[in-house]
Ligand binder design. Sequence first.
Ligand SMILES: [Zn+2]
Ligand SMILES: [Zn+2]
Length: 265
Amino acid sequence: MALGPLGCVTLDEIEAPTLPGNDWVRVETALSGICGSDLSAVTAHDSFTLEPFGAYPFVFGHENVGRIVEVGPDANGWRVGDRVIVNPMLACLQRGLEPCAACQRGEYGLCRRTNEGVVGRGPMIGYNPRTGGGWSGSFVAHPSQLHSAEGLSDEVAVLTDPFVSALRPVLLHPPEADDVVLVIGAGSIGLLTIVALRAVGFEGTIAVLGRYDFQFEKAEAAGADVLLHSRDELYDWAARLPGAVAYKPTLAARFVEGGPSIVYD
Ligand SMILES: [Zn+2]
Ligand SMILES: [Zn+2]
């Protein structure tokens, strides 16, 4: 359905986007991730809701690593051949606008100017017709979106965007040494949350609720201690934690009071 004649995605030959300004660069895609938001859009789970923020047609691909192949005359500090990781957000700075309140606080992910400025409609590379996206040969980016990928393989560098999505909640709500942590979900964000927890030095228990064998292999390698294969296993584990009390109402599903002290969902 999603990829058939009624789907919203097609494979097309298109012109590569031109530089929107003299300070922009063109990046040739090396690898471009497939985000959960992309899958939701492709399968029309999110796309109807997000229509007011979008513009069509656009090229998917916002988790990008690549190589600079064209540099505008005012794009200082970057050269053709540089390998870069690209922050996809198109906020006030990239649009050539005076910074809004969110951008002034550095929270450009909350910038609401998703329609204005030199790149027009579409909140980020990979959802913006003017910039293109990474599921194509090349796209354009503003120098403020670029980070050097030197020293990182493409396969590692392309995980920067999902890793940051996992790292931020850990930094905003870091566990204490004696916390018992539960990570719900062992997809890329769940697995990278485990990586982030260990990267910030947490040495306590991490349990993860997953679904597939390959997820548990990765979760264990990332530092998870307890692998939970089902909600039943989760309840049994949580009920055995110090201070936890398990309840089984007659008509409702069982539940646990207490249990893990921090949950990343
Ligand atoms: Zn994403
Ligand atoms: Zn802004």
